[in-house]
Design a protein around this ligand. Structure first.
Ligand code: SAH
Length: 392
Protein backbone atom coordinates (compact mmCIF):
# COMPACT_ATOMS: atom_id res chain seq x y z
CA UNK A 1 0.00 0.00 0.00
CA UNK A 2 1.31 3.47 -0.86
CA UNK A 3 2.08 5.69 2.15
CA UNK A 4 -0.35 8.45 1.11
CA UNK A 5 -3.46 8.97 -1.02
CA UNK A 6 -2.55 8.48 -4.64
CA UNK A 7 -2.13 11.22 -7.29
CA UNK A 8 -2.17 9.54 -10.72
CA UNK A 9 0.06 11.02 -13.41
CA UNK A 10 -0.88 10.85 -17.08
CA UNK A 11 1.47 8.36 -18.80
CA UNK A 12 2.59 10.94 -21.39
CA UNK A 13 3.90 13.14 -18.52
CA UNK A 14 5.98 10.40 -16.92
CA UNK A 15 9.18 11.33 -18.78
CA UNK A 16 9.53 14.75 -17.19
CA UNK A 17 9.12 13.37 -13.66
CA UNK A 18 11.52 10.50 -14.36
CA UNK A 19 14.03 13.11 -15.60
CA UNK A 20 13.87 14.63 -12.13
CA UNK A 21 11.58 17.61 -12.64
CA UNK A 22 9.83 18.37 -9.33
CA UNK A 23 6.56 19.88 -10.66
CA UNK A 24 3.36 18.23 -11.83
CA UNK A 25 0.83 20.62 -13.36
CA UNK A 26 -2.87 19.98 -12.72
CA UNK A 27 -3.50 19.01 -16.36
CA UNK A 28 -0.82 16.30 -16.07
CA UNK A 29 -2.89 14.42 -13.46
CA UNK A 30 -5.52 11.85 -14.47
CA UNK A 31 -7.87 13.42 -11.92
CA UNK A 32 -7.65 15.70 -8.89
CA UNK A 33 -6.84 13.62 -5.79
CA UNK A 34 -9.53 13.91 -3.10
CA UNK A 35 -7.28 15.34 -0.39
CA UNK A 36 -7.10 18.72 1.37
CA UNK A 37 -4.75 21.37 -0.02
CA UNK A 38 -1.19 20.80 1.14
CA UNK A 39 -1.70 17.09 1.84
CA UNK A 40 1.02 14.56 1.09
CA UNK A 41 0.39 12.27 -1.87
CA UNK A 42 2.04 9.23 -3.41
CA UNK A 43 2.56 9.85 -7.12
CA UNK A 44 1.86 6.91 -9.40
CA UNK A 45 1.77 6.31 -13.13
CA UNK A 46 0.21 3.16 -14.61
CA UNK A 47 0.31 1.63 -11.10
CA UNK A 48 4.04 2.27 -10.78
CA UNK A 49 5.09 4.47 -7.83
CA UNK A 50 7.17 7.51 -8.89
CA UNK A 51 7.59 9.15 -5.51
CA UNK A 52 6.10 11.35 -2.81
CA UNK A 53 4.99 14.97 -2.99
CA UNK A 54 2.38 17.39 -1.76
CA UNK A 55 -0.77 18.57 -3.50
CA UNK A 56 -2.54 21.90 -3.87
CA UNK A 57 -5.75 22.37 -5.89
CA UNK A 58 -5.40 26.18 -5.93
CA UNK A 59 -2.19 26.46 -7.89
CA UNK A 60 -1.27 25.51 -11.48
CA UNK A 61 1.47 23.36 -10.03
CA UNK A 62 -0.69 20.64 -8.48
CA UNK A 63 2.07 18.49 -7.00
CA UNK A 64 5.61 19.32 -5.92
CA UNK A 65 7.84 16.29 -5.48
CA UNK A 66 9.73 15.74 -2.22
CA UNK A 67 11.10 12.29 -2.88
CA UNK A 68 11.54 9.74 -5.66
CA UNK A 69 10.48 7.00 -3.25
CA UNK A 70 7.30 5.93 -1.55
CA UNK A 71 8.23 7.05 1.95
CA UNK A 72 7.01 8.81 5.06
CA UNK A 73 7.72 12.53 5.11
CA UNK A 74 8.39 13.27 8.77
CA UNK A 75 11.10 14.65 11.03
CA UNK A 76 13.43 11.76 10.08
CA UNK A 77 12.98 12.58 6.39
CA UNK A 78 14.06 16.19 6.95
CA UNK A 79 16.91 15.18 9.27
CA UNK A 80 18.36 13.00 6.48
CA UNK A 81 17.92 15.78 3.91
CA UNK A 82 19.44 18.52 6.11
CA UNK A 83 22.38 16.27 7.12
CA UNK A 84 23.19 15.68 3.47
CA UNK A 85 22.95 19.37 2.55
CA UNK A 86 24.99 20.38 5.60
CA UNK A 87 27.85 18.03 4.71
CA UNK A 88 27.84 19.25 1.11
CA UNK A 89 27.92 22.93 2.10
CA UNK A 90 30.58 22.35 4.78
CA UNK A 91 32.89 20.73 2.24
CA UNK A 92 32.74 23.70 -0.13
CA UNK A 93 32.22 26.78 2.01
CA UNK A 94 35.34 28.90 2.65
CA UNK A 95 36.57 28.78 6.26
CA UNK A 96 36.20 32.53 6.75
CA UNK A 97 32.46 32.47 5.92
CA UNK A 98 29.71 31.61 8.37
CA UNK A 99 26.62 32.60 6.39
CA UNK A 100 25.16 30.46 3.65
CA UNK A 101 21.97 29.05 2.20
CA UNK A 102 21.23 25.80 4.01
CA UNK A 103 18.40 24.68 1.71
CA UNK A 104 17.25 26.14 -1.61
CA UNK A 105 13.77 24.82 -2.36
CA UNK A 106 13.32 22.70 -5.51
CA UNK A 107 17.03 22.70 -6.36
CA UNK A 108 17.78 21.00 -3.03
CA UNK A 109 14.81 18.62 -2.97
CA UNK A 110 12.59 20.70 -0.67
CA UNK A 111 10.16 22.71 -2.84
CA UNK A 112 8.63 25.64 -0.96
CA UNK A 113 11.34 25.76 1.73
CA UNK A 114 14.26 28.17 1.99
CA UNK A 115 16.67 28.15 4.93
CA UNK A 116 19.61 30.52 5.46
CA UNK A 117 22.28 30.30 8.15
CA UNK A 118 23.86 33.37 9.79
CA UNK A 119 26.51 32.65 12.44
CA UNK A 120 24.57 30.03 14.36
CA UNK A 121 21.14 31.50 13.57
CA UNK A 122 18.73 29.96 11.07
CA UNK A 123 16.07 31.81 9.10
CA UNK A 124 13.47 29.85 7.18
CA UNK A 125 10.65 30.67 4.78
CA UNK A 126 7.67 28.48 3.92
CA UNK A 127 6.37 29.43 0.49
CA UNK A 128 3.74 26.74 -0.04
CA UNK A 129 0.79 25.25 1.80
CA UNK A 130 2.38 21.80 1.63
CA UNK A 131 5.54 22.97 3.37
CA UNK A 132 3.53 25.09 5.81
CA UNK A 133 1.79 21.95 7.06
CA UNK A 134 5.23 20.38 7.63
CA UNK A 135 6.47 23.30 9.79
CA UNK A 136 6.91 21.26 12.99
CA UNK A 137 8.96 18.35 11.54
CA UNK A 138 11.04 20.88 9.54
CA UNK A 139 11.75 23.01 12.62
CA UNK A 140 12.59 19.97 14.79
CA UNK A 141 14.93 18.60 12.11
CA UNK A 142 16.68 21.98 11.66
CA UNK A 143 17.28 22.19 15.41
CA UNK A 144 18.54 18.60 15.57
CA UNK A 145 20.94 18.90 12.60
CA UNK A 146 22.24 22.47 13.06
CA UNK A 147 21.88 22.99 16.83
CA UNK A 148 21.31 26.71 16.28
CA UNK A 149 21.17 29.46 18.91
CA UNK A 150 17.91 30.61 17.40
CA UNK A 151 15.53 29.87 14.54
CA UNK A 152 13.53 32.65 12.92
CA UNK A 153 10.59 32.29 10.55
CA UNK A 154 10.31 34.86 7.75
CA UNK A 155 7.26 33.63 5.86
CA UNK A 156 6.17 37.22 5.13
CA UNK A 157 5.67 36.29 1.49
CA UNK A 158 3.05 37.42 -1.01
CA UNK A 159 3.04 33.97 -2.70
CA UNK A 160 1.38 32.46 0.36
CA UNK A 161 -1.92 34.12 -0.61
CA UNK A 162 -1.97 32.26 -3.92
CA UNK A 163 -1.43 29.05 -1.99
CA UNK A 164 -4.57 29.72 0.06
CA UNK A 165 -2.85 30.97 3.21
CA UNK A 166 -3.69 34.32 4.78
CA UNK A 167 -1.15 34.55 7.59
CA UNK A 168 2.41 35.87 7.10
CA UNK A 169 4.25 34.44 10.13
CA UNK A 170 7.42 36.25 11.27
CA UNK A 171 9.19 35.71 14.57
CA UNK A 172 11.68 33.80 16.68
CA UNK A 173 10.34 30.25 16.87
CA UNK A 174 13.26 28.67 18.73
CA UNK A 175 15.93 30.06 21.09
CA UNK A 176 16.62 33.76 21.55
CA UNK A 177 17.47 36.50 19.07
CA UNK A 178 16.66 40.21 18.99
CA UNK A 179 17.07 40.34 15.20
CA UNK A 180 20.60 41.64 14.64
CA UNK A 181 23.36 39.13 14.00
CA UNK A 182 27.00 39.73 13.10
CA UNK A 183 28.51 37.22 10.66
CA UNK A 184 31.55 36.75 8.40
CA UNK A 185 31.59 36.50 4.61
CA UNK A 186 34.93 35.83 2.94
CA UNK A 187 36.64 37.33 5.97
CA UNK A 188 34.54 40.53 5.98
CA UNK A 189 32.22 41.45 8.85
CA UNK A 190 28.53 42.07 8.24
CA UNK A 191 25.49 42.82 10.35
CA UNK A 192 22.07 41.61 9.22
CA UNK A 193 18.67 42.15 10.79
CA UNK A 194 17.07 38.73 10.52
CA UNK A 195 13.66 39.95 11.69
CA UNK A 196 13.30 43.26 9.82
CA UNK A 197 15.83 43.04 6.96
CA UNK A 198 14.88 42.32 3.36
CA UNK A 199 14.38 38.63 2.44
CA UNK A 200 16.09 36.65 5.20
CA UNK A 201 18.37 39.57 6.12
CA UNK A 202 21.14 39.56 3.52
CA UNK A 203 21.67 38.70 -0.16
CA UNK A 204 23.89 35.67 0.34
CA UNK A 205 23.66 34.73 -3.35
CA UNK A 206 26.10 37.49 -4.38
CA UNK A 207 28.90 36.18 -2.10
CA UNK A 208 31.15 34.87 -4.87
CA UNK A 209 30.28 37.71 -7.26
CA UNK A 210 31.37 40.22 -4.61
CA UNK A 211 34.68 38.40 -4.40
CA UNK A 212 35.00 38.53 -8.21
CA UNK A 213 34.43 42.31 -8.18
CA UNK A 214 37.52 42.83 -6.03
CA UNK A 215 39.86 41.88 -8.83
CA UNK A 216 38.69 44.79 -10.99
CA UNK A 217 37.90 47.74 -8.75
CA UNK A 218 41.21 48.63 -7.03
CA UNK A 219 41.92 52.36 -7.22
CA UNK A 220 38.51 53.09 -8.73
CA UNK A 221 35.78 55.47 -7.75
CA UNK A 222 32.84 53.13 -7.18
CA UNK A 223 29.11 53.85 -7.16
CA UNK A 224 27.12 50.92 -5.73
CA UNK A 225 23.51 51.36 -6.88
CA UNK A 226 20.79 49.25 -5.18
CA UNK A 227 23.41 48.70 -2.47
CA UNK A 228 21.04 47.39 0.22
CA UNK A 229 23.24 46.90 3.33
CA UNK A 230 26.46 47.40 1.38
CA UNK A 231 27.62 43.92 0.36
CA UNK A 232 29.43 45.15 -2.76
CA UNK A 233 30.48 48.40 -1.05
CA UNK A 234 32.42 46.54 1.65
CA UNK A 235 34.25 44.40 -0.92
CA UNK A 236 35.06 47.43 -3.08
CA UNK A 237 36.44 49.24 -0.02
CA UNK A 238 38.54 46.27 1.14
CA UNK A 239 39.82 45.80 -2.42
CA UNK A 240 41.32 49.31 -2.33
CA UNK A 241 38.75 51.39 -4.21
CA UNK A 242 39.60 55.12 -4.13
CA UNK A 243 36.05 56.07 -3.20
CA UNK A 244 32.87 54.08 -2.48
CA UNK A 245 29.42 55.65 -2.67
CA UNK A 246 26.37 53.54 -1.81
CA UNK A 247 22.86 54.31 -3.02
CA UNK A 248 19.54 52.70 -2.12
CA UNK A 249 15.93 53.85 -1.76
CA UNK A 250 15.67 52.31 1.71
CA UNK A 251 16.76 54.41 4.69
CA UNK A 252 17.22 51.46 7.08
CA UNK A 253 19.32 49.67 4.41
CA UNK A 254 21.50 52.77 4.07
CA UNK A 255 22.04 52.96 7.85
CA UNK A 256 23.04 49.28 7.93
CA UNK A 257 25.32 49.91 4.96
CA UNK A 258 27.11 52.65 6.89
CA UNK A 259 27.50 50.35 9.91
CA UNK A 260 28.76 47.47 7.74
CA UNK A 261 31.47 49.66 6.20
CA UNK A 262 32.40 50.90 9.69
CA UNK A 263 32.56 47.30 10.97
CA UNK A 264 35.26 46.69 8.35
CA UNK A 265 37.22 49.82 9.24
CA UNK A 266 35.79 52.31 6.73
CA UNK A 267 34.23 55.39 8.32
CA UNK A 268 32.99 57.29 5.30
CA UNK A 269 31.20 60.65 5.56
CA UNK A 270 27.40 60.69 5.48
CA UNK A 271 27.47 62.12 1.94
CA UNK A 272 28.77 58.77 0.63
CA UNK A 273 25.46 57.13 1.62
CA UNK A 274 22.66 58.29 -0.62
CA UNK A 275 19.05 57.39 0.16
CA UNK A 276 17.65 58.03 -3.32
CA UNK A 277 15.73 56.56 -6.20
CA UNK A 278 18.17 54.72 -8.44
CA UNK A 279 16.49 55.62 -11.72
CA UNK A 280 16.58 59.34 -10.97
CA UNK A 281 20.08 59.26 -9.53
CA UNK A 282 21.51 57.36 -12.51
CA UNK A 283 19.81 59.67 -15.00
CA UNK A 284 21.34 62.71 -13.26
CA UNK A 285 24.89 61.45 -12.70
CA UNK A 286 27.76 63.80 -13.47
CA UNK A 287 29.75 62.14 -16.29
CA UNK A 288 33.14 60.89 -15.13
CA UNK A 289 32.46 61.14 -11.37
CA UNK A 290 32.65 57.34 -11.04
CA UNK A 291 34.68 54.88 -13.08
CA UNK A 292 32.94 51.80 -11.69
CA UNK A 293 29.15 51.59 -11.39
CA UNK A 294 27.44 48.57 -9.84
CA UNK A 295 23.75 47.97 -10.61
CA UNK A 296 22.00 45.17 -8.69
CA UNK A 297 18.26 45.90 -8.84
CA UNK A 298 15.52 43.80 -7.24
CA UNK A 299 13.63 41.34 -9.44
CA UNK A 300 11.58 43.44 -11.86
CA UNK A 301 9.36 40.78 -13.42
CA UNK A 302 7.52 38.28 -11.25
CA UNK A 303 5.84 36.86 -14.36
CA UNK A 304 6.37 36.59 -18.10
CA UNK A 305 3.75 39.37 -18.54
CA UNK A 306 5.85 41.90 -16.66
CA UNK A 307 8.97 41.09 -18.66
CA UNK A 308 8.52 43.78 -21.31
CA UNK A 309 8.54 46.60 -18.77
CA UNK A 310 11.40 44.96 -16.91
CA UNK A 311 13.50 44.89 -20.10
CA UNK A 312 12.88 48.62 -20.56
CA UNK A 313 13.85 49.35 -16.95
CA UNK A 314 17.05 47.26 -17.13
CA UNK A 315 18.03 48.90 -20.40
CA UNK A 316 17.45 52.40 -18.98
CA UNK A 317 19.50 51.70 -15.84
CA UNK A 318 22.44 50.30 -17.77
CA UNK A 319 22.27 53.02 -20.46
CA UNK A 320 22.36 55.78 -17.83
CA UNK A 321 25.31 54.13 -16.10
CA UNK A 322 27.18 53.81 -19.40
CA UNK A 323 26.45 57.45 -20.27
CA UNK A 324 28.07 58.51 -17.01
CA UNK A 325 31.12 56.22 -17.18
CA UNK A 326 34.37 57.38 -18.80
CA UNK A 327 36.13 55.26 -21.40
CA UNK A 328 37.64 52.24 -19.65
CA UNK A 329 35.02 52.56 -16.89
CA UNK A 330 33.49 49.41 -15.44
CA UNK A 331 29.82 48.52 -15.62
CA UNK A 332 29.03 45.81 -13.07
CA UNK A 333 25.50 44.69 -13.75
CA UNK A 334 23.33 42.01 -12.20
CA UNK A 335 19.79 40.70 -12.51
CA UNK A 336 17.89 38.24 -10.34
CA UNK A 337 14.80 38.11 -12.57
CA UNK A 338 14.10 34.41 -13.27
CA UNK A 339 12.16 35.21 -16.45
CA UNK A 340 15.22 36.87 -17.96
CA UNK A 341 17.77 34.28 -19.04
CA UNK A 342 21.48 34.83 -19.37
CA UNK A 343 21.66 35.47 -23.16
CA UNK A 344 18.75 37.94 -22.90
CA UNK A 345 20.51 39.71 -20.03
CA UNK A 346 23.71 40.09 -22.06
CA UNK A 347 21.61 41.37 -24.99
CA UNK A 348 20.21 44.08 -22.73
CA UNK A 349 23.73 45.20 -21.88
CA UNK A 350 24.57 45.24 -25.59
CA UNK A 351 21.42 47.20 -26.41
CA UNK A 352 22.13 49.68 -23.60
CA UNK A 353 25.62 50.25 -25.02
CA UNK A 354 24.18 50.83 -28.50
CA UNK A 355 21.81 53.42 -27.04
CA UNK A 356 24.70 55.00 -25.11
CA UNK A 357 26.72 55.05 -28.34
CA UNK A 358 29.70 53.22 -26.87
CA UNK A 359 31.35 49.83 -27.12
CA UNK A 360 31.27 47.27 -24.33
CA UNK A 361 33.52 44.33 -23.53
CA UNK A 362 32.64 41.49 -21.20
CA UNK A 363 35.41 40.91 -18.64
CA UNK A 364 33.64 38.33 -16.51
CA UNK A 365 30.24 36.70 -16.50
CA UNK A 366 28.95 34.78 -13.49
CA UNK A 367 25.85 33.13 -12.09
CA UNK A 368 24.64 31.81 -8.75
CA UNK A 369 26.87 30.06 -6.16
CA UNK A 370 26.80 26.40 -5.13
CA UNK A 371 24.66 27.05 -2.05
CA UNK A 372 21.96 28.48 -4.35
CA UNK A 373 22.42 25.54 -6.68
CA UNK A 374 21.35 25.30 -10.26
CA UNK A 375 19.89 21.81 -10.50
CA UNK A 376 19.88 20.54 -14.11
CA UNK A 377 16.53 18.84 -13.52
CA UNK A 378 14.97 22.19 -12.60
CA UNK A 379 15.89 24.90 -15.12
CA UNK A 380 13.31 27.26 -13.56
CA UNK A 381 15.67 27.62 -10.59
CA UNK A 382 18.31 29.47 -12.59
CA UNK A 383 17.92 33.15 -11.83
CA UNK A 384 21.10 35.09 -11.08
CA UNK A 385 23.12 36.88 -13.76
CA UNK A 386 26.21 38.99 -13.08
CA UNK A 387 28.47 40.67 -15.61
CA UNK A 388 31.56 42.83 -15.28
CA UNK A 389 32.04 44.91 -18.44
CA UNK A 390 34.39 47.59 -19.66
CA UNK A 391 33.25 50.65 -21.63
CA UNK A 392 35.26 51.21 -24.77
N1 SAH B 1 23.24 44.63 -3.99
C1 SAH B 1 22.59 44.26 -2.76
C2 SAH B 1 21.25 43.63 -2.96
C3 SAH B 1 20.25 44.50 -3.68
S1 SAH B 1 18.59 44.07 -3.41
C4 SAH B 1 23.52 43.32 -1.97
O1 SAH B 1 24.55 42.90 -2.49
O2 SAH B 1 23.20 43.03 -0.82
C5 SAH B 1 17.78 45.38 -4.18
C6 SAH B 1 17.79 46.72 -3.43
O3 SAH B 1 17.18 47.67 -4.28
C7 SAH B 1 17.03 46.77 -2.13
O4 SAH B 1 17.89 47.16 -1.11
C8 SAH B 1 15.94 47.85 -2.34
O5 SAH B 1 15.77 48.68 -1.20
C9 SAH B 1 16.53 48.65 -3.47
N2 SAH B 1 15.60 49.38 -4.35
C10 SAH B 1 14.43 48.93 -4.88
N3 SAH B 1 13.92 49.86 -5.72
C11 SAH B 1 14.77 50.91 -5.71
C12 SAH B 1 14.81 52.17 -6.38
N4 SAH B 1 13.86 52.54 -7.24
N5 SAH B 1 15.84 53.00 -6.15
C13 SAH B 1 16.84 52.63 -5.29
N6 SAH B 1 16.85 51.46 -4.64
C14 SAH B 1 15.83 50.61 -4.83
Amino acid sequence: MPHYPVARLRPERRKSILAGHPWIFSRALMEAPQVPDGALVTVTCDNEILGTGYYNSRTDIAVRMLSRRDETVDEGFFVRLFERLKAERAAWLPGDTDAWRVAFAEADGCPGLIVDHYAGHLVFQLHTKGMDLLRTPILNALVQVHQPQAVIERSDLAVRRMEGMVDQPVGVVYGKCDGEVTFRENGRTFIADLLKGQKTGFFLDQRENRLALQRWCKGRSVLNVFSYSGGFSVYAATAGARRVVSLDASGPAMELCRRNLAANGFDYPASEFRTEDAFEALANLKPGEFDCIIIDPPSMAKSQKQLKNALKAYTALNRCALNALPEGGLLVSSSCTTHLDSPAFLSILHYASVQAKCGLKLLESREQPFDHPYNFAFPEGKYLKFAICSKI
